[in-house]
Design a protein around this ligand. Structure first.
Ligand code: NAD
Length: 318
């Protein structure tokens, strides 16, 4: 086990499959981490990824990329969980739950035993369930356990809206909240471009492209993973970048607003379940969740999402 680099930041990635390896690659290019440590039950795979990444290191900012063990979590700033079974074509994220809870029962105690002070970021699906399970197994404070939640779905939503409106996706502010999955909710009522809600933006845009089909756009967001898994077996580029966004926010203490999945503690009258709301994130993890002024329909959707997730947690006795 190597010591933490002086003045640098260490990110440990557990699970170096498609998502973990793509995230490691994106993080290495991004340059925010000075040390990237890879762990996988399949050590040969992790070693192969380590070698492949290191062979490109001379093209990016210097970083240590190496195979590690759970002792490396002790001095990690962020530990990212991407280990676990992935969806097969036609499977929902919730179908994975029992297999992945078993893996987390094995892995999370090893992370905690290292004595880490880092933030745990969970990407393994079903991510909201796995975030809650991580919180319960680890006994860590809710601020330090965050799921990637609907950060990816929010990016898909912003991309599709940007395509419709012909503007840079970074100028589109719109959120997907709730479950990262079938019951997720699009917050249309607060979606805006340049501070203008869609009902105000379209008349001033002048492109006269016709009314926005909200159902069609949301359906594309909601079913994106199914379409991509059917086409190429897995999704990994966009989630890799979503994880970089979350990890960079933590390492740089950015106080960025991200739709990460965290434990609800009375927001919208909901508790004892993890799901996504726009949240301020900094070096310590979650700072605060933002209680959006949702419409009645959006609030009902969020409550339904929480009920779906609680039902799964009840079924696995959590
Ligand atoms: P993958 O099968 O390519 O990789 C999973 C890796 O986990 C494998 O390398 C495997 O050896 C490793 N692993 C399994 N058990 C382990 C254990 N006990 N300890 C350490 N490593 C272990 O899968 P993938 O495509 O990389 O997907 C990983 C997870 O990420 C899945 O649950 C998938 O559904 C999820 N995912 C989440 C999002 C999101 O938005 N949150 C997006 C895409 C995928």
């Amino acid at each position: 086990m190597a010591n933490r680099p002086i003045g640098g930041s260490r990110v440990v990635i557990i699970g170096t499959g498609m998502v973990g390896a793509t995230f490691a690659y994106s993080l290495m290019i991004n340059g925010v981490a000075s040390e990237i440590v890879l762990i996988d039950a399949n050590e040969e795979r992790a070693l192969g990824e380590t070698a492949d990444l290191n062979h490109g290191i001379s093209f990016v900012r210097p970083a240590v990329v190496r195979l590690g063990d759970y002792g490396d979590c002790r001095d990690a700033d962020v530990i990212v969980m991407t280990a676990g079974a992935a969806q097969k074509p036609g499977e929902s994220r919730l179908d994975l739950v029992e297999r992945n809870v078993q893996i987390f029962n094995e892995v999370i105690p090893k992370i905690v035993a290292s004595g880490t002070n880092g933030v745990l970021v969970v990407a393994t699906n079903p991510v909201d369930v796995m975030t809650y399970v991580t919180l319960k197994i680890s006994g860590l404070s809710p601020e330090r356990v965050i799921g990637s939640g609907t950060v990816l779905d929010t990016s898909r939503f912003r991309y599709l809206l940007s395509q419709h409106c012909g503007v840079d996706p970074r100028n589109v502010h719109a959120y997907i909240i709730g479950e990262h999955g079938d019951s997720e909710v699009a917050v249309w009522s607060l979606a805006n471009i340049a501070g203008l809600r869609f009902s105000e933006y379209c008349p001033v845009c002048g492109r006269d492209c016709g009314p926005i089909s909200k159902e069609e756009i949301f359906e594309q967001v909601r079913t994106a993973a199914y379409q991509i898994i059917k086409a190429k077996g897995a999704t990994y580029y966009a989630i890799g970048l979503a994880l970089v966004e979350i990890v960079e926010t933590i390492l740089r203490d950015e106080y960025s607003v991200l739709t990460v999945s965290t434990l609800l503690q009375g927001e919208f009258g909901l508790e004892d379940v993890a799901l996504s709301l726009p949240s301020v994130v900094n070096r310590g993890g979650l700072v605060r969740k933002l209680n959006l002024p949702l419409t009645d329909e959006e609030t009902a959707g969020l409550k339904k999402s929480a009920a779906v997730l609680r039902e799964v947690l009840d079924a696995i006795h959590y």
